[in-house]
Design a protein around this ligand. Sequence first.
Ligand code: F6R
Length: 594
Amino acid sequence: MCGIVGYTGKKNAVPILLSGLRKLEYRGYDSAGIAVSTEKGIEIVKLKGKVRKLEDKLLSYPLIGHCGIAHTRWATHGKPSAKNAHPFRYKNFSIVHNGIIENWKSAKDELISLGYKFTSDTDTEVALICFYDLYKKLGINAAITKLTEKLKGRYTFLFIDENKPNEIIGIKSGNPLVIGQNSDAVFAASDITALLSFTKKAYFMEDGQFFVAKGSSLKFYDFAGKKIEKSPEEIKWDVKEAERGGYKHYLLKEIMEQPDSLNRVMAGRLNLFDDELRETIAPKGRIICTACGTSYNAALCFKYFFNMLTGRSVTVENASEFRYQPFDLDSDSLVIVLSQSGETSDTKEALLIAKTAGTNTLAIVNSWESSIARMADNRIYMNIGPEISVASTKAYSAEVMLLYLLALRIAGEMGVSKEKLQIWRDKLSLVPEICTHYLSNITNIESIARKYYKNKNFFFIGRGIGYPVAVEGALKLKELSYIHAESYAAGEMKHGPISLIDNDFPTIAIAPDNKQRAVLFSNIEEIKSRMGQILLISDKKLEGCDILIMPEIDSWLSPFVYILPLQLLSYYIANLLGNDVDQPRNLAKSVTVE
Ligand code: F6R
C-alpha cells in the first residue's frame, strides 16, 4: 500500500513526481504530498485527499526544483490527515515510506526518552527521526546500516537531504522499489507504471539494498554499505497500456479489453507451457493454491476444473490463513500462488513458507519482476499489461485461463489422453471470440442496474463451476458499490441464509448449462416462493425471473463469459450510486500489509 516516487535530474521535478503519483494512486489515495529541494531548501506540500487536490494546491503554491520525492497514502498508522500525510521532515532530511515498521512503538519511546518530539501518529516519522539520530552519530552510510538493523517490518524509504540538494537515497526492505534511468535523470517508484513515460530502462531493487542517485548518476549498495553492480532490464509494457484509451474509467476499459488480454494470455501457451515450464510439474503429492481476494476466487475455478479433468482434488486456501496453517508440505507437493500485483503481503508470506518447507512453487503473476515472481521456483506471467483500476477484472480472467491451461498440462503429465486435452485446448482457444461477441451485443445490463441499484443486500448463488463465479461476482459488487453482497453455494441457502429472503433482498443466480442446473433451478423456486426477486445469469429463461441472457457455451467457460455481465453490472451500479469506480473507498490495489 502507498505509492512512493522520486526524481533527480535536469528537469523540474514537480510535474514528473505528480505524473508518477497519478499512476501510483491505485496503491492508496487518502492523502498525498510532495517534497522538493528548491532554492529555499526542502519545501513540502501535503494534504488529506487525492493527488488531484494536491495538484490544485500546487497551482497556488508552485514549487520548483530538480530533485524531490512524493507519496500517495493508504493509512496504516494514524488516520488520514495532513499531519499524517507524507513526506515528513526532520532537520535536513525528508522521507516518504511504503510499508510498516513493526517495532515503531519501542523505537518511538526510545527517541522520546532522548528528547525528540513528534508531530504525527505515523511509524514513518519514527523511522525518519531514528535515521536522523543515527546519522548525527555515525554519518550517512553507517546510519543506513544501523537503521536497517534496528527497524523490524517491511519498508521502502526514499530520502532527500537539504545539504545535498540533488541527491535521493532509497532503501528497500520488503516492499517494491524500481529505479529508472535515462541520460539526464534517475527515477524511483513503487512500480514501473510510474516510470514508463520517462524511461524503459529499469533496475529492480532487491531486499537488503539501497541506492544513491544524483542527476543521472546511480550507485547501488547492500545494507553493509558494500557497493554492488546491478544490471538494468528493458521494460516490456507499453505506456499506452497504462492509459484509459477513450474509456471513462480504467475499470470499463479493463473489462472491455478482456478478449484481447485473454488472447495475450494464451499466445504461445496453448502448447501448455512447453517453453516456460520445461520440467515435469505434476506433483506426486498435494496441489495447493493460495492467494487473496479475486486471485483466490480464480483459484476456486481451478479447483473445480482440475477435479473434473483428473478426478483429483486441489486445496485452495486464503493466503492469510495458509501462512499460519500447519499444512504437511513436502518436496512432493506443488504450491501455486496467484497475484496480479506480485506484492501482496500474505501471498508472499505463504510462498515463503512453502519454499521453506522445500515444496515446489509456481507463481502466476502480472507485475513484471515483482517480489512473488522472483521468489517462486517457477513463474508464469499473465502478459496483460498493467491493471490500473483497483477492482481486479482482466487479471481474474487471465488467472483462470492460465490455471485452466496449467490443469491441462498437469493432467497430461498424469496420463489424461492427448485427444481429451486437445478438445479442451480447442474450446479455450474460442473464449476470446465468445467474449468479444458477447461484449459487442450487450443490451440490458444498464437497465437491470437501474432496477436494482437501490437495494441494500444481494445474494449471489451458483452450483458447480457457477459457484466460484458467484463468489467473484459478489466481491465485485460489494467493493465497487458498497452494497452488501454475499455468495453461497446454492445448496447452502436452506441451511440458514434463506431466512433473510424477502422482497427487498434479491438473489443473482449464476446458471450455466451444467449438470447441477436443474437442482439450482429448484433452489431458485424456493427463493421465489419466499418473495425473493431473482436475476438469472443464464442461457435459459425461467418464469418470474429477470435475466441477463448468456450465449450457449460449455459451462466450464463461464468464469470467462458469465463473469462479464457481473463485472459490468457492478460497474453500472457503482456509477449510478456516484462512487469512484476506479478507486473505491478504503481499498488499495497492492496490499503490502498483513
Ligand atoms: C478485488 C481485488 C483484490 C485483489 C487482492 C489480491 O477486486 O482486486 O481482492 O484481488 O488484493 O491482489 P493480488 O492479486 O495483487 O495479489
